[in-house]
Design a binder for this molecule. Structure first.
Ligand code: GDP
Ligand code: IMO
Ligand code: MG
Length: 454
């Protein structure tokens, strides 16, 4: 394949040296959170979806809360990909998700109430995805309660217990709803659970017949949406469609590379996009890491740059930092380049989208954590264990604030000089270009420095 101006020449047998305009080539772009979630992925995915044919999710479930603001309407999507608000996009819920079908139905109903049709032609659910059933939610809550002070602070949406069943190979998959032998599957899935309920939690046992009934109800409504999404996504890739892959949560919540055990139960990184949709890694053209201009976290676990003083309160109030899924106040702190560099490495991030820069507008000075001190040693690699992380103190670089309202600025040149310096310093420390800057929740409150789709 070679390029001449705006044309691309394919020399492959299949194409017999044909010439196509560059715009004909579809792009595969991953969007991934670089911190502890809630970076503003929903806003960026919605904005980029204008030119996407497909928006697909690959992992997580309705622990996600992705906010999209269009005009005065705010929509929080937990399961349906954030591209759904653009009428011409098709959305895929991939095999790597855990699906609470009742939440999915609620989301469809709410969108349709507002006049946005979500027929099976626009939304496809993988038959390989696992189902979150009522007892998964029960176990999530019971385990958190039992842990007391050492709880994870999960969203209590049944995510962990459902992924645990998947790993134990006793999960119920969406496709199982339409197969014979469902009752037997359920019975084998609940045998151990009932022993736990009775002897460990002191709670009533589950009845297989009740779960079967729950499954039947779900199956009735879900059936038209269910497909094997593997051939579908590969067909779209082969047809050179523009595809956005919407990550949920953030890299530091990744079960392998995050702040274990204070993480979620899936791979929230680019690798999770591959396995969660069945796509090999070299298919992707760009991996955009979404980073807030500061850092937040919901739930428990280490957070080196957390601010428990008035600056933290100011970030929370200016940024309206309350969980989109649970409403919990988010913990807030300065931008942590050690965290973001860890994410850039793991995900192979090709550029950053920096969100919520406007939230820093009123600060006299802003800080960037460039390393951690542990004892007498300065480190820049994110520590692998909680014990090591607990010993770390952030090393800050302090920059002057810009004390100017930025939410109406739409061009790089219009940004205050100190805001540009802040962003350029982050580019230097992370050795990564910032391709998108977000200055408010709305689609228009964005500076695009490099177009993502042709
Ligand atoms: P997600 O989970 O990564 O999609 O992020 P959330 O939707 O949970 O949280 C991000 C919040 O910030 C939402 O309320 C968004 O509407 C809002 N938001 C996104 N980008 C910006 C921005 O650039 N500035 C401000 N002020 N708010 C933003
Ligand atoms: P989005 O996609 C922020 C956190 C929970 C908890 C931990 C485990 O909106 O960025 P879980 O219910 O997944 O077992 O909880 O992970 N968490 C998130 N935090 N944003 C999210 O999603 C999150 N999804 C899970 O708060 O600390
Ligand atoms: Mg969120």
């Amino acid at each position: 394949m070679s390029f001449i101006g705006n044309f691309v020449i394919f020399n492959h047998n299949l194409f017999k040296s044909r010439i196509f305009p560059v715009s004909w080539m579809g792009k595969n772009i991953i969007i991934v959170g670089t911190q502890w979630g809630d970076e503003g992925k929903g806003k960026i995915v919605d904005m980029l979806s204008e030119r996407a044919d497909i928006v697909a999710r690959a992992q997580g479930g309705n622990n996600a809360g992705h906010t999209v603001v269009v005009g005065n309407d705010k929509t929080i999507l937990h399961l349906i990909p954030s591209g759904i608000l653009h009428k011409n996009t098709k959305c895929i819920i991939g095999n790597g998700l855990v699906v609470d079908a009742n939440v999915l139905f609620q989301e469809i109903d709410e969108l349709e109430k507002r006049g946005l049709k979500v027929p099976p032609e626009r939304l496809v659910v993988s038959s390989r995805a696992h189902l979150i059933l009522t007892h998964h939610i029960l176990f999530d809550r019971l385990r958190e309660e039992k842990k007391g002070d050492s709880k994870i602070g999960t969203t209590c949406r049944g995510i962990g217990p459902c992924y645990a069943d998947k790993a134990l190979r006793v999960g119920i998959r969406v496709g199982d709803l339409f197969k014979d032998g469902l009752l037997e599957r359920i019975k084998s899935a609940i045998a151990e659970k009932n022993a736990l309920l009775k002897h460990h939690f002191g709670k009533p046992e589950l009845r297989a017949e009740d779960i079967l009934e729950e499954c039947r109800k779900i199956g009735k409504r879900l059936k038209p949406y269910v497909k094997d999404t593997l051939p579908l996504i590969h067909q779209c890739i082969n047809e050179k469609k523009n595809i956005l892959y919407e990550g949920a949560q953030g890299t530091l919540l990744d079960i392998d590379n995050g702040t274990y055990p204070f993480v979620t139960s899936s791979n929230t990184t680019a690798g999770g996009i591959c396995t969660g949709l069945g796509i090999g890694p070299i298919r992707f053209d760009e991996i955009i890491g979404i980073a807030k201009a500061y850092t937040t976290r919901v739930g428990r676990g280490p957070f080196p740059t957390e601010l428990t003083d008035s600056s933290g309160d100011m970030l929370r109030s200016e940024g309206n930092e309350y969980g989109s899924t649970t409403g919990r106040p988010r913990r807030c702190g300065w931008f942590d380049a050690v965290v973001v560099n860890h994410s850039i490495r793991i995900n192979n991030i090709t550029s950053l989208a920096m969100t919520k820069l406007d939230v820093l507008d009123n600060f006299d000075t802003v800080k960037i954590c460039i390393a951690y001190m542990t004892g007498n040693k300065e480190i820049t690699d994110f520590p692998p264990s909680l014990e090591e992380l607990e010993k770390c103190e952030p090393v800050y670089e302090e920059l002057p604030g810009w004390k100017t309202k930025t939410s109406d600025i739409t061009k790089w040149n219009g940004l205050p000089a100190n805001a540009k310096k802040y962003l350029e310093r982050i580019e230097q420390i992370t050795n990564t270009k910032i391709s998108i800057i977000s200055l408010g929740p709305k689609r228009t409150q964005t500076i695009v420095r490099k177009e993502c789709f042709n």
